[in-house]
Design a binder for this molecule. Structure first.
Ligand code: BES
Ligand code: ZN
Length: 853
C-alpha cells in the first residue's frame, strides 16, 4: 500500500497500527467557544510496536488509555501528530480511548461556529465541521489520511433547543438533566476521515423524500425552509441518475443537504451530510436567475456524484484529488444536462474551458497531477486546472471512446473498488479492460504535462495538414522559463467538413508528426467538432472566413463560441490584433444563442478596458451597434412563456448595453426596474433584475450606494443579498469604494464573501487602485480574517491593474508577503497581470485609433 517515499515522509503515518472503527462523542460548549470529546478507536497492529502515532491538531488530551492502561502522550504540533506509548504485538487489536478538549476554529475549517440572526433579530449559532483536506485532526485524534478508512459511530450533545445531524441516520435521543440531548447516530460504512461531519444548531428540516429507499432532506437555519424545494427536486433526480450511471446503489443510509451561513468553499461532500454555502443551496425560484439556479443544480450534482466517486471509492493520497474533483465536475454537467436539457449545459462548459485555457497557456501552469508531500500541498490543487481542465480531459476521453464504453469502464471500476482506495491508473485499467483499447498513454500525456496543444491547420488541395505545438501566451518577460522540451500530446480530434448539404464527421488521433487529412472536395472544414478536445485551433484566414460565414445551423453554438474564443486567445498570444478581433465580433452579430453572446460580450468587455478614455465614446457606439439588433429582437421586457435562455440572454445584453455601450435609455430603464425590484423582487424577472442592479451600480451615486447597502443588510433572500453586496464593488467612485472597504474591515461582511467583494473592487476601473492599496495596508488583518484558500481568490483581481507600475508593485509585494498555500496560483496571477499589461502596451493605441476612424 505504501511506497518508499511515503515511509520516509515525516508527515505520513506508518501502517503499523491501523484503525478499524471509531466511537466518537462530541460535546460543544458554544458560550465558552470550546468543545470536549471522547473517542474510542479500535485498531489492529500489523507489526510489534511500542508506540502508536496518530494525528491531532490543537487538541488538549486529558486522558489516554490503550487497552485500558494509561498511556503517556507526546504531541508533535509541527507534524500535527500525537504519540501514545503502548506495546502492542503484531496481529493484536488495541482499543485506544482518548478524552480531549478543543476550541472552535476561527477560519471555517475543523470544528467551527457559524453565526446568523434569526427572524426575530436574535443572534444564533451553528457549530459545524469542514474536514477536507487535513482538518478532521482539529476535531478528534484520528488517522487523518484518506487511505485509513474506518467506520464511525458518532454521538453529539446538542445544547438545549438545538438539533444535530451527522453522516448517518439518527438512532437514539437521550435527554440530559441540563436540557441538552445526546443524539446517537448509526455506524457509518467504512470511509475516510475527511468525509466525517456533524452540524449542530437551530435547524429546519424539509419534508423527507424517499429515493430508491434512501431518505433525502434539505436542512437549513429556521426561516429558509420555503427555499428547500428546488434543491430537493434536483437532488432527487441526481440520486437516481448516479445510481443508474454507476450501476451501484447509494452507499449510505440517508442524505441531508445542509445550508451553512458561513462556509469557506462552495460545498463539501461529507457522506450523507453534505454541507453547502447557504446561497448555493437555498433557492426561491421566483426571484432567482437561471444562472443561479443552474449553479445550484451543478453544485448539488457535483457533491452527490462524490458520494460514489470520492466517498465510496477514494483516492489513496492527495495527489489523486484532481481525479476526484475533475470527475465530479464532469458528472455534475452530465447530470445537469439530463435534468434540464433546455439549459444546454455543455455549451456553457465553453466558458469554464476558457478559464482553464487561460491559466494553462501560462509559463507558470502545472500538470494536472503532481506529487503531494503534505496534505497542505494539496490546497494548491483546488484550482481551475484540476476542476475545469481535468473535467475537459475526462470529457475528451469519454467522447473519444463513446459514452457507453466509457460508462462500462466506470461501472467496473466502481464495482471493483467499492469501499476501497485507488490510484489514478486503476481507473485507466478498468476503462482499458472494458474498452479493449489503450488509454493510459494518452491520458498520461494530458495529466502529467502542463499546457495544451495549438492545432495548426494548413490548407492543401482537397486536403489539410494538421500539426500541433504548445499554445503559449506572450508576456514579454524573458525571465519566465518556457518549456525546455517540446511537449507532445496524443490528441483525439473529431473534424467535420461540408459541401452543400453533404456533411461528414471523422476522428483521428494527432501526435508529434504532421497529419494529412484527405478530404475530397469540400467547402469548409471544422477541426475539433463540438469542442470535445482540449485544444485551440489556428486556421489559415480563408478557412476561418468560410467558417464564420456559414449559416448558423452548420456549426453548433459551442463551435461558434470556440471560433471567437480562439481568436481572442490569439490576440493575447500576440499573433492577432485587437482590431481584427473586433471585426470578427462585428461579423458575428447575427448570432442568436446565449453561450456565443456571452463570448461576444466578454470580448467587448475586454476591448472596452483597452480603449483609451478619449476613444471610449466611439467604442460604446460600436458596441451598441453589435448589441442592439439582438436586444431589439428580444425586447427590453420578458415575454410570457419564452424559453429560460431568452430571459438570461436579454439580461446579459441589457447589462452590456447599460455598461459597455453606456446606453442612457437602458440605464434609466434599469434604475426603474431596480426601484420596483427593491420593493418586491417577485414583480420583476429575476435575471433582468440582477442585470439592472449591475447597471444601476455602474452609474450609481451615494444615494444608490446607501440603498443597495441597506438591501444587502436587510434582505432575507441569500441570492438577493449577494447581488446587492457584490454590486457595491462596482460603483464609479473611489469614495464609495472606500466605504465598502471599511465595511469589510469592520467585519460587517461575512469572511466567506469579503474576498470576492475585494476581487470585484480591484476590477473596478475607478476603485481598483484604492482597493489594492487597502489590501496591502491591511494584509495581516485580512490574512487573519479570511479562510486560507480565499487569499488567492481575492488576488485574482490583480490582472485588471494592468500597468507596468502595478506589475512591479504587485510583484514586490508578493515577494515580501508570500502566500505558501497558493504559491502557484500567485505566480499565475502575476503572469496574467504581465500579459494584460503587455496587451495594453501593444494594442491600446491601435484599437483606440481604429474605433475613432
Ligand atoms: N471537495 C470539494 C470541497 C473542497 C474544496 C474541500 C477545497 C477542501 C478544499 C467539493 O466537492 C467541491 O468541489 N466544492 C466546490 C463546488 C463545486 C461544485 C465546484 C467548491 O467548494 O468550490
Ligand atoms: Zn468536489
Amino acid at each position: 500500500m505504501l511506497d518508499d517515499e511515503t515511509i520516509t515522509n515525516p508527515h505520513r503515518l506508518l501502517p503499523t497500527v491501523t484503525p478499524r472503527s471509531y466511537r466518537l462523542s462530541i460535546h460543544p460548549d458554544i458560550d465558552e467557544n470550546s468543545f470536549r470529546g471522547e473517542v474510542e478507536i479500535e485498531t489492529e497492529a500489523t507489526s510489534d510496536v511500542s508506540e502508536i502515532v496518530l494525528h491531532s491538531s490543537g487538541l488538549t488530551v486529558t486522558r489516554a488509555t490503550v487497552n485500558g492502561i494509561d498511556a503517556a502522550v507526546v504531541l508533535a504540533p509541527d507534524r500535527e501528530q500525537m504519540t501514545l506509548s503502548a506495546s502492542v504485538s503484531a496481529g493484536q487489536s488495541a482499543l485506544i480511548a482518548i478524552d480531549y478538549e478543543g476550541v472552535f476554529n476561527e477560519k471555517l475549517v475543523g470544528f467551527y461556529l457559524s453565526h446568523f440572526t434569526d427572524d426575530h433579530g436574535v443572534p444564533q449559532t451553528m457549530a459545524t465541521t469542514q474536514f477536507e483536506a487535513p482538518y478532521a485532526r482539529m476535531a478528534f485524534p484520528c488517522w487523518d489520511e484518506p487511505a485509513y478508512k474506518a467506520s464511525f459511530e458518532i454521538s453529539v450533545t446538542a445544547p438545549e433547543g438545538l438539533d444535530a445531524v451527522s453522516n448517518s441516520a439518527e438512532v437514539e435521543r437521550t435527554p440530559n438533566s441540563d436540557g441538552s440531548v445526546l443524539i446517537r447516530f448509526a455506524p457509518t460504512m467504512v470511509m475516510s476521515t475527511y468525509l466525517v461531519a456533524w452540524v449542530i444548531g437551530p435547524l429546519e428540516f424539509s419534508e423527507t423524500r424517499m429515493v430508491n429507499g434512501t431518505p433525502l432532506r434539505v436542512v437549513s437555519r429556521p426561516g429558509l425552509g420555503s427555499m428547500s424545494q428546488f434543491a430537493l427536486d434536483a437532488a432527487e433526480f441526481a440520486l437516481g441518475y448516479f445510481a443508474d450511471y454507476f450501476g451501484v446503489a447509494y452507499p449510505g443510509d440517508k442524505v441531508d443537504l445542509i445550508g451553512i451561513p458561513d462556509f469557506a468553499f462552495g460545498a463539501m461532500e461529507n457522506l450523507g451530510c453534505i454541507t453547502f454555502r447557504e446561497a448555493i443551496l437555498m433557492v426561491d425560484p421566483a426571484i432567482t436567475t437561471q444562472v443561479e439556479m443552474q449553479r445550484s443544480v451543478d453544485v448539488v450534482n457535483h457533491e452527490l456524484a462524490h458520494m460514489w466517486f470520492g466517498d465510496l471509492v477514494t483516492m489513496s493520497w492527495w495527489n489523486g484529488i484532481w481525479l476526484n474533483e475533475a470527475f465530479a465536475t464532469f458528472m455534475e454537467m452530465k447530470c445537469t444536462d439530463a435534468f434540464r436539457p433546455q439549459w444546454n449545459r455543455w455549451a456553457d462548459f465553453g466558458v469554464s474551458r476558457t478559464a482553464a485555457f487561460s491559466t494553462d497557456a501560462l509559463a507558470s501552469t502545472r500538470p494536472i497531477e503532481f506529487s503531494v508531500q503534505t496534505p497542505q500541498d494539496s490546497e494548491g490543487m483546488f484550482d481551475v486546472l484540476t476542476y475545469e481542465k481535468g473535467a475537459a480531459v475526462v470529457r475528451m476521453l469519454e467522447q473519444h471512446l463513446g459514452e457507453a464504453t466509457f460508462r462500462e469502464g466506470l461501472r467496473s471500476y466502481m464495482a471493483k473498488h467499492a469501499f476501497g482506495n485507488t490510484e489514478t491508473t486503476d481507473l485507466w485499467d478498468a476503462i482499458e479492460d472494458s474498452a479493449g483499447q489503450p488509454v493510459r498513454g494518452m491520458m498520461d500525456d494530458w495529466i502529467f504535462q502542463g499546457g495544451f496543444p495549438l492545432v495548426t491547420v494548413k490548407a492543401g488541395k482537397d486536403s489539410v495538414t494538421l500539426t500541433q505545438s504548445r499554445f503559449m501566451n506572450l508576456d514579454g518577460d524573458a525571465t519566465t522559463d518556457g518549456p525546455t522540451e517540446a511537449p507532445v500530446w496524443q490528441t483525439p480530434l473529431r473534424y467535420r467538413r461540408g459541401r452543400g448539404a453533404d456533411v461528414t464527421t471523422d476522428s483521428v488521433v494527432l501526435g508529434s508528426q504532421p497529419l494529412k487529412l484527405d478530404l475530397g472536395e469540400h467547402e469548409w472544414i471544422l477541426i475539433n467538432a463540438e469542442a470535445a478536445s482540449f485544444v485551440r485551433v489556428s486556421y489559415p484566414p480563408a478557412l476561418l472566413e468560410s467558417l464564420a460565414a456559414l449559416p448558423l445551423d452548420q456549426l453548433s453554438d459551442v463551435e461558434r463560441y470556440g471560433l471567437i474564443d480562439d481568436a481572442w486567445a490569439s490576440v493575447l498570444a500576440g499573433s492577432n490584433s485587437s482590431t481584427a478581433f473586433l471585426t470578427l465580433l462585428e461579423s458575428m452579430a447575427a448570432e442568436t444563442e446565449r453561450p456565443v453572446w456571452q463570448r461576444i460580450i466578454a470580448g467587448l468587455s475586454r476591448l472596452n478596458r483597452l480603449v483609451s478614455t478619449d476613444a471610449r465614446a466611439d467604442f460604446a457606439t460600436i458596441a451598441h451597434d453589435i448589441l442592439s439588433p439582438m436586444l431589439a429582437n428580444l425586447g427590453l421586457t420578458p415575454v410570457l412563456d419564452e424559453p429560460d435562455a431568452n430571459r438570461q440572454l436579454r439580461a446579459d445584453l441589457v447589462k452590456a448595453m447599460g455598461t459597455i455601450a453606456s446606453d442612457p435609455d437602458v440605464q434609466t430603464e434599469c434604475q426603474r426596474t431596480v426601484s420596483v425590484g427593491r420593493r418586491d423582487p417577485s414583480l420583476v424577472d429575476p435575471s433582468l433584475l440582477a442585470a439592472a442592479i449591475s447597471v444601476a451600480a455602474h452609474v450609481g451615486d451615494e444615494v444608490d450606494f446607501n440603498d443597495f447597502a441597506s438591501m444587502y443588510r436587510t434582505s432575507s433572500n441569500p441570492q438577493e443579498q449577494l447581488r446587492y453586496l457584490y454590486s457595491l464593488s462596482t460603483f464609479p467612485s473611489q469614495e464609495l469604494t472606500k466605504r465598502l472597504l471599511s465595511m469589510i474591515l469592520s467585519g460587517s461582511i461575512r469572511s466567506q464573501n469579503a474576498p470576492f467583494a475585494l476581487r470585484f473592487a480591484m476590477e473596478n476601473r475607478v476603485g481598483g487602485g484604492v482597493t489594492w492599496d487597502f489590501i496591502k495596508e491591511h494584509w495581516d488583518r485580512l490574512l487573519q480574517m479570511f479562510a486560507s484558500g480565499s487569499i488567492s481568490r481575492m488576488l485574482e483581481g490583480l490582472p485588471s491593474l494592468d500597468t507596468p507600475e502595478y506589475v512591479a508593485d504587485a510583484q514586490a509585494f508578493v515577494d515580501a508577503h508570500p502566500v505558501p498555500q497558493a504559491e502557484k496560483q500567485l505566480q499565475q496571477i502575476l503572469e496574467k497581470q504581465r500579459i494584460s499589461t503587455q496587451l495594453r502596451l501593444r494594442e491600446s493605441e491601435r484599437l483606440s485609433d481604429f474605433v475613432g476612424r
